[in-house]
Design a protein around this ligand. Sequence first.
Ligand SMILES: *Cc1c(COP(=O)(O)O)cnc(C)c1O
Length: 233
Amino acid sequence: MTDDRPDTGGDTRERLARVASGVSDAVRAAGRRPDEVTTIVVTKFHPASLVRELYDLGVRDVAENRHQEAQAKSAETADLEGLRWHFVGQLQSKKARQARRYAAAVHSLDRPSVVDALAVDDGRLLDVWVQVALSDEPGRGGAEPDEVEPLVERVLSSPGLRLRGVMAVAPLGRPARPAFARLRTVSERVRTLAPGADAISAGMSDDYADAVAEGATHLRIGAAITGSRPEPR
Ligand SMILES: *Cc1c(COP(=O)(O)O)cnc(C)c1O
């Protein structure tokens, strides 16, 4: 099941229900509690109207992976009370400060310049995750495992940031579960430095069950809930 393309049939309500039941099956199979796992819906390339539809269905956590799109969509949905935007894509340090204005969380800290750009002492705490590279494919983002600890130290000594934990994307074309197991090991190391940073952001439409089995606390699910994505613009 986990190696299949996501089933994107039905309407949004049906897809959301199907994923919710898939997540609860995975949680049960892993012997975990349902309240340990939060599903974030990745709405990239879909219009703001889909975000409204999801909100009406009870979704409160949504994610984008491009700054401009996130900025525009969050402005278009600013009236939706309690909606939280998660930024999960690669962030240029020039844009990081702007992301702070709309994002409740940034999952993709992978270098010191981004930490420094996001660290603003403005009286609120931005939730951040350190993104870990689980393969040597260039362009997928993430700090190498030996860069994670220095990055964690930097976050801990910066204003305006609350470290939640680690994030990763499974490598392409290889089994996800061993990669998520490695992420779990990195998470354990991070927790020796920052005991409260116990969140693990991992798992997408195709591999969320593996992520849940390896301790993920935040799933980032797109197509299986939103339906197939329109082409990027
Ligand atoms: C697009 C995206 C997702 C969701 O991917 P799906 O396969 O559509 O579930 C999750 N995380 C990141 C970083 C993404 O860019």
